[in-house]
Design a protein around this ligand. Structure first.
Ligand code: PBG
Length: 309
């Protein structure tokens, strides 16, 4: 009766990894309990999300190495893994929101989120053109929400304009507005196969973990450009940023409890160091207490089962 915050499955977004092939769930060594699923398995997972009361899933592709190029052209292929997955889920009738990531790192041979010059420097404006085409490709395949995770300047406005011109008035943009250059993304890079390719780091476009006021400027820009909601990422180490963004701005604020955070909980629980289910729910409560409208978490299905009792 006196609880100030509540968590329900409706607050959760479940990220899923997609791979090619048939009827396979491939384990990811650095994310125990998380799998790369073949496209044919996704409708059942989408229906599981729906049955659990999880309103949306986020799709990330594991692109085979022969399809990775310096220019990341596979991102624009209407038959790429994400587009196949979107259509398969749509055709299945599963009633769940479909969120897709906008960034080139699952498709580039160098593992960066954008196009690079000869010295390895990421080219902002040339990348934005690619991201716009990628967003249209995903919207045409059925994405409900596109989520630019690339941190290029000006991409939200450019994507919004292109979506409108192409008739996708109802497709939302969830902007990864305050995304930090973080060590907590390591397991994710294994999951999408980008880690082995990445040359250098992403500090040229992702944020400095030392900065908080800069996050507010990034969020303000994305909202001005047309973002429907914004995200702070990683999650737990950046709860102060979630709080500041939620207090300052009147758009939904999402937090991404990232792969490294998931891995920490699983590793500690497997070693008998803490009570897994208890900390999963405590972590989600902390996000809500800090002001997050929702949380992207690999624990989504297990958390929903716990919450549904
Ligand atoms: C890529 C992207 C990343 C994540 C989501 N989209 C990794 C990165 O920026 O290197 C991380 C998610 C996670 O760690 O769970 N643009």
């Amino acid at each position: 009766m006196v609880s100030e915050t509540h968590v329900t499955p409706a607050d959760l977004i479940w990220p899923l990894f997609v791979r090619e092939g048939a009827d396979t769930a491939e384990p990811i060594a650095t994310m125990p309990g998380v799998f790369r699923h073949t496209v044919d398995r996704l409708p059942a997972l989408a229906k599981e999300a729906e049955a659990l009361g999880i309103p949306a899933i986020a799709l990330f592709p594991y692109t085979p190495s022969h399809l990775r190029t310096a220019g990341g052209e596979e991102a624009l292929n209407p038959e790429n893994l994400v587009c196949q997955a979107l259509r398969a889920i749509r055709d299945s009738g599963a009633n769940v929101g479909l969120l897709t990531d906008i960034a080139l790192d699952p498709y580039t041979s160098h593992g960066h989120d954008g196009l690079i010059d000869d010295s390895g420097h990421v080219l902002n404006d040339a990348t934005v053109e690619m991201l716009v085409a990628q967003a249209l490709n995903q919207a045409r395949a059925g994405a409900d929400i596109v989520a630019p995770s690339d941190m290029m300047d000006g991409r939200v406005g450019a994507i919004r304009a292109a979506l409108e011109a192409d008739g996708h008035h109802d497709v939302q943009i969830m902007a990864y507005s305050a995304k930090y250059a973080s060590g907590f993304y390591g397991p994710f890079r294994d999951a999408v196969g980008a880690g082995g390719y990445l040359k250098g780091d992403k500090k040229g476009y992702q944020m400095d973990p030392a900065n908080a006021r800069e996050a507010l400027r990034e969020v303000a820009l994305d909202i001005a450009e047309g973002a429907d909601s914004v995200m702070v990422k990683p999650g737990l180490p950046y709860l102060d940023i979630v709080r500041r963004v939620a207090e300052r701005f009147d758009v939904p604020v999402f937090a991404y409890c990232v792969s490294g955070e998931y891995a920490m909980v699983e590793a500690a629980a497997a070693a008998g160091m803490l009570d897994r289910n208890r900390v999963i729910l405590e972590i989600l409560t902390a996000f809500r207490r800090a002001g997050a409208s929702g949380i992207l978490t690999y624990h989504a299905p297990d958390a929903a089962r716990l919450l549904n009792g």
